[in-house]
Every structure is written in C-alpha cells, then in structure tokens.
Ligand binder design. Structure first.
Ligand code: SAM
Length: 205
C-alpha cells in the first residue's frame, strides 16, 4: 500500500515509462483520494470553475485520465452533468466507476484512447499530461480528438511547468494553428506542499 508520506515527494513528478506510471497509480489507487484531499488538492475545482466561463452545463465532457474521479466530482459540483471518464490505470478507474457520477467509463491504453475523434466538445485532462503521468507528446493527439471549436481544459503543475518539453508541446499546438489558448491562470495545486499549477483551456481551431 502506498504511504502518502512517500508518494507525495519530488520523485513523483519525474518522467517515467508508461508501465511504471501505471504501476505507481495502481499502487496508489486505494489511498489516492485521502492523500490528495488531505493535502489540499485544488486544481480540479479551479479547472472546473474556469470551464464554466466557456462551456454550457449540458456540454458532454470527457474526463480524460479521470483517475479516481476527483475531477469528475469537481465538474459535477460546477454544474456539468454529462461526464464520461477514461484512464489507463484499471485500479484508478475502478474507484471512479464506484463514485457513480460518470455516464460511461472505459479503460484507455497509451496507444488507444478508446473514443472517436470529434465525439466530445469538451475534454478535461486534470494532472494527466504532466511529469510523472502522461508524456508531453500526448498533447497534440488529444487536441486532435476535439471537433472544431472544441475545448481541452488541462493543468500543468509547477514541476511540469519547469520542464521545457511540456511547454514546447503546448507551444507547438498553438504555433501550428491547431489550437489557441483562451484561458490560462496560475494558482494553488497542492496546499500542503505549496505547489501551484496553471489551468489552461485550449480551443481547437
Ligand atoms: C495525477 S493523476 C490525476 C487523476 C485525476 N485526473 C485527478 O485530478 O485526480 C494522473 C492520472 O493520469 C492517468 N494517466 C497517465 N497516463 C495516461 C494516458 N496516457 N492516458 C490516460 N490516462 C493516463 C493515470 O493513470 C492517473 O490516473
């Protein structure tokens, strides 16, 4: 069982192969909610609130990398009510399913997101394209799953902001005219460790 004192250390926010990422989250699934909630996990609420400025409450939203469903719960509290979820770690996804807040959930794989391009006008990826989770090269394909004018709401925590490869991936989708940043705000991520994050909303062009 993961010990929160051990999990939420700088070593969590480092690049690692996808099978190791899945193993980390499989081990953590049981304690993840308690660990991050006790430590003041603020990004889901901030992202959901930001999204209300751009998407109506009846938007169909995919919570991509939904984990245990903390992000879905924040989206629900913000007024969204048509939320589906997917994640690559079965143990995390099982916790999300148990919340009974998602219309539909399915396991994705690193090479198959498990849904059709254009299916969701809004995708949320909270703490997913991030050091220690999915690599920066997932950003362009994920944006590519949006329909024209679709929204991707994501977050980069401070360690991720400090890694040029994520900034470059974001710059690339903007420079190529595939997407445009319509919202970006730095704020609290994990109170307990004094970490911040950028909440970013992209609109597919
Ligand atoms: C820090 S957790 C965030 C979970 C949830 N979004 C939240 O805010 O609590 C990162 C999640 O991303 C998932 N993940 C990592 N790589 C992924 C990928 N390529 N596709 C989908 N999910 C992925 C992990 O399994 C894990 O559940």
């Amino acid at each position: 069982m993961a010990d929160k004192k051990d999990v939420l250390q700088p070593a969590l926010w480092t690049p690692r192969p996808v099978d190791e990422t899945i193993a980390v989250y499989a081990d953590w699934a049981e304690d993840y909610d308690a660990d991050v909630t006790e430590r003041g996990y603020r990004t889901p609420e901030r992202l959901a609130t930001a999204l209300t400025q751009f998407a109506p409450p009846d938007s169909e939203i995919l919570d991509f990398g939904c984990g245990t469903g903390i992000g879905g719960a924040a989206l629900l509290r913000a007024g969204f009510h048509q939320i589906d979820g997917t994640d690559v770690t079965p143990e995390m996804l099982a916790k999300a399913q148990a919340r009974k807040i998602y219309r539909e959930t399915w396991p994705s794989t690193p090479t198959d997101m498990g849904f059709d391009a254009g299916r969701y006008p809004v995708i949320a990826a909270i703490g997913v394209i991030s050091l220690g989770a999915a690599p920066p090269d997932l950003l362009a394909p994920l944006v590519g799953m949006l329909p024209k004018d679709g929204l991707l709401a994501l977050s980069f925590n401070d360690p991720t902001l400090g890694d040029d490869s994520y900034a470059q991936a974001l710059q690339a989708v903007c420079d190529t005219g595939v997407a445009k940043v319509i919202f970006r705000e730095h704020g609290p991520h994990l109170d307990d460790v004094g970490m911040g994050s950028d909440v970013i909303i992209l609109r597919r062009q």
